[in-house]
Design a protein around this ligand. Structure first.
Ligand SMILES: NC(=O)c1ccc[n+]([C@@H]2O[C@H](COP(=O)([O-])OP(=O)(O)OC[C@H]3O[C@@H](n4cnc5c(N)ncnc54)[C@H](O)[C@@H]3O)[C@@H](O)[C@H]2O)c1
Length: 352
């Protein structure tokens, strides 16, 4: 049985822990949370109590006692935890963003590359985006002309977030663009590849220095296609996190407002149809109220894939890995550079 250590025991750690416990109980993985650590000892103890593990006094002591670490600290805590884990050869699931600055992201990616790992860019496991990526790659509707991604949520220092570090640039490296829309940049890159031109414009309307609450990014691709990302942190507390992605192909208009199973709406000259992915068959084995099946499966799937890969010989890195995450960070960094320079376009050299 793989011994899992959870480092940072806040919101997303509890989401992962719940899905990991469900996967273990359903015998879909042979792994269990045995250790926790948080700067706030009470949080570590609470998570350990709930899952039958032990709260450790330091990250180093935890890492000496586990096979795999889930790094779920706030963003500025990822680098030291990942470096310590990699030094010991402990496999790592590292939450996104990798780190607040591009230089630190490179260090996180370097450390991760030495051990089996996976990054928490969980939208890579969403069938609806896999379907769109497939359509973009197989050319059945012709070339992509343009994609429009809108991502919004209420400013996440209140409500269900229950923590305030997201208003502190030293912990985050920025606001809605890096903290939340790194997911969107990664999805656009999955569909459209690496942009050759990035233009960014940001605003901080709620007075938190260095924390963009509004970001608009324009992306240009070598084949002439374009994408726009609009990322917003507002104050509409009744409105949860939501995404809308529209893709215009030469021969089809596709859109979705669901970031897991769909539906994906597809309109062509022949009319309109909807495509929805089924819930994965294993999800019915989880002991979860039906109403939560979908949201638990969304995190359970990447967690399960990572753990199953660790059982392979040799252990596999999951997807996405550090290289994909770093490529998304380069785009985010270019957008911030552009925004700081009066929205001057930044020209990038796509990966070969
Ligand atoms: N993949 C996703 O869908 C997703 C969703 C939410 C958050 N996240 C990411 O997960 C990370 C955590 O976010 P959250 O919402 O859970 O925050 P949170 O504030 O709820 O929890 C963070 C916890 O980390 C602890 N911590 C901070 N530095 C630490 C350190 N050096 N060692 C040990 N513990 C430390 C804090 O005390 C806190 O308990 C962030 O990087 C965030 O961007 C990812």
């Amino acid at each position: 049985m793989k011994r899992i250590g959870v480092i940072g025991c806040g919101h997303i750690a509890n989401v992962h822990a719940y899905s990991l416990a469900q996967l273990g109980a359903a015998k879909l993985v042979d792994a269990s949370i045995t250790a926790t650590y948080d700067n706030d000892a009470a949080r570590a103890e609470k998570l350990a109590r709930r899952h039958g593990g032990v709260a450790f006094p330091s990250v180093e002591a935890l890492l000496d006692a586990v096979d795999v670490a889930w790094v779920c600290t706030w963003t500025s805590g990822h680098l030291p935890a990942v470096v310590e884990a990699a030094r010991r050869g402990v496999a790592v699931f590292c939450e996104k963003p990798l780190a607040p600055t591009l230089a630190e992201c490179e260090q996180v990616a370097e450390a991760l590359s030495g051990v089996p790992h996976q990054v928490g860019l969980v939208l890579r496991h969403a069938p609806v985006f896999a379907r769109l990526a497939e359509l973009a790659h197989d050319g059945r509707y012709g070339r992509v002309l343009t994609a429009v991604m809108r991502d919004d949520q209420y400013f996440p220092i209140q409500g269900m977030y229950g923590s305030t570090w997201r208003k502190d640039v030293a912990h985050t490296g920025g606001g809605t663009l890096i903290e939340h829309s790194i997911h969107d940049v990664d999805v656009l890159r999955w569909m459209l590849g690496d942009p050759v031109e990035v233009t960014g414009a940001t605003a901080s309307r709620f007075g938190h220095v260095g924390i963009d609450d509004t970001a608009v990014v324009n992306l240009g691709y070598a084949d002439g296609s374009r994408a726009v990302l609009v990322s917003v942190w507002h104050q509409v507390l009744s409105r949860g996190s939501s995404r809308r992605l529209e893709v215009f192909f030469e021969q089809a208009y596709c859109w979705t407002e669901d970031d897991y199973l769909g539906p994906l709406h597809v309109q062509t000259s022949d009319g309109s149809e909807e495509w929805t992915a089924p819930l994965p068959p294993w999800a019915t084995r989880l002991d979860v109220p039906e109403v939560h099946e979908k949201s638990v499966a969304q995190y359970a799937e990447p967690n399960m894939e990572f753990l199953i890969g660790l059982d392979a010989s040799p252990p596999r890195t999951g997807h996405p890995g550090a290289a994909e995450a770093l490529a998304a960070h380069r785009i985010v960094d270019a957008a911030y550079q552009s925004a700081h320079n009066g929205s001057t376009p930044i020209h990038l050299h796509p990966n070969p």
